[in-house]
Design a protein around this ligand. Structure first.
Ligand SMILES: Nc1ncnc2c1ncn2[C@@H]1O[C@H](COP(=O)(O)OP(=O)(O)O)[C@@H](O)[C@H]1O
Ligand code: SF4
Ligand SMILES: [Mg+2]
Length: 360
């Protein structure tokens, strides 16, 4: 399993808030009705490592189906990992149960992708935002709940008087604010935001991202911010992990990933990021990914990206590349010196000419 070297820019002197090591989720594939027999596994998450510091934002990016939501669900304990550790302040939460688990869960909350389906249409906004207090009554005395819910609505920019309304009376952006208010109710330290703006109109996306940034400053939150688009996480992330078929294939700071991507998959994703300046658009090299993402039930041998990689050669079939800083860049400490799971990461970069200008 790939282990991750400390990422440049990460403060390794203090214990990370969250440390994920060798995280795996395999869903068994079975056949037969009476005698169910396991015939294989959907390897949705297949060995993921990362760290998250206090108040930091880690962006996780990858195409649909690469395992992002499965990681998110394991982080908030909606799903048990097949293997691996999720350490919160040094303690492996996958081994906790009962009261100890509940106490940890309070500190790691989730904001879901689709505000249209993740809010119960028959509950009032007040009940939705106050629901975490039902599970953790110690967090807010009964008599104080209404005031607390109103405070939460206000903090996310909604009218506190609207707590008796229902989700359908709000726009998509407002609904996502309701989801964020609910996520904040227990004053967590970490919010796992699973594509929080993907279902929203482009015009509304920036407002919600700005809100999340403001809340981060106000409450010292750490985010795991998931997106399928590199341009969305760039705005908000301190570091980014690029995921492909259940693994992180490249990770680094914002400047490293956007300015000096060394993994062909990241380079391809970046070349597809929309650029407003037409001159820059013409200058850059557009990399078109061919073929579909292989099934996570049938992951290619060697490098899992090889069936779509334009640089692939025999070594890529035979040998699994580990997520590590490329040998050639190790001493240099420059922006290329960050972990990349490619045998040929030190070869001449294919960088979109305008990568540095693409910042929104
Ligand atoms: N409960 C499940 N049972 C079987 N396969 C699943 C289950 N949940 C997710 N998967 C599969 O795992 C892979 C990763 O899914 P997901 O984590 O939702 O990816 P993403 O969020 O990146 O789109 C997909 O191929 C998906 O079909
Ligand atoms: S290891 Fe080979 S197939 Fe994988 S990304 Fe690098 S060049 Fe492409
Ligand atoms: Mg998803």
């Amino acid at each position: 399993m790939a282990t991750m070297a400390p990422v440049p820019g990460t403060d390794t002197t203090t214990e990370p808030l969250l440390e994920v090591e060798g995280l795996v989720k395999h869903y068994p594939l079975t056949q037969g009705i009476l005698f169910r027999k396991q015939t294989g596994a959907v390897k949705a998450v297949d060995g993921v490592d990362f760290v998250l510091g206090r108040g930091e934002t880690l962006g996780i990016v990858g195409e649909s189906g690469c395992g992002k939501s499965t990681v998110a669900r394991m982080l908030v304990n909606l799903e048990r990992p097949t293997a691996g550790a999720i350490r919160y302040k040094g303690e492996d939460v996958t081994r906790l149960s009962g009261r100890a688990l509940k106490a940890v869960r309070r500190n790691i909350q989730m904001v879901f992708q689709d505000p249209y389906t993740s809010l119960n249409p028959r509950m009032t906004v007040g009940d939705i935002v106050g629901e975490p207090f039902d599970i953790h009554p110690e967090a807010a005395p009964r008599g104080d709940r209404r005031r607390r819910v109103q405070g939460l609505l206000e903090v996310v920019g909604l009218n506190p008087e609207h707590l008796n309304r229902y989700p359908h009376q709000f726009s998509g952006g407002q609904r996502q604010r309701i989801g964020i208010a609910r996520g904040l109710a227990l004053r967590p330290e970490i919010i796992v935001a699973d594509e929080p703006v993907s279902a929203l109109d482009v015009s509304v996306q920036a407002q919600v991202v700005n809100l999340l940034e403001r809340l981060q400053d106000e409450f010292g939150l750490a985010y795991v911010f998931i997106a399928h688009d590199l341009s969305v996480v760039r705005h908000i992330s301190d570091r980014v992990g690029v995921m492909y078929l259940g693994r992180i294939v490249e990770t680094g700071t914002d400047a490293q990933i956007y300015g000096h991507p060394t993994h062909p998959y990241t380079q391809a994703l970046l070349s597809a990021v929309p650029v407003p300046d037409p001159a820059a658009r013409d200058r850059r090299e557009r990399i078109i990914l061919t073929g579909d993402v292989p099934s996570p039930a049938d992951i290619p041998s060697g490098c899992r990206f090889r069936t779509r990689c334009w640089k692939a050669r025999q070594r890529c079939v035979d040998e699994v590349p580990l997520l590590a800083v490329p040998e050639a860049f190790r001493g240099e400490g420059g922006p290329a010196a960050h972990p990349s799971a490619c045998h040929f990461a030190e070869e001449k970069r294919v960088v979109p000419a305008d990568a540095a200008e693409a910042r929104p």
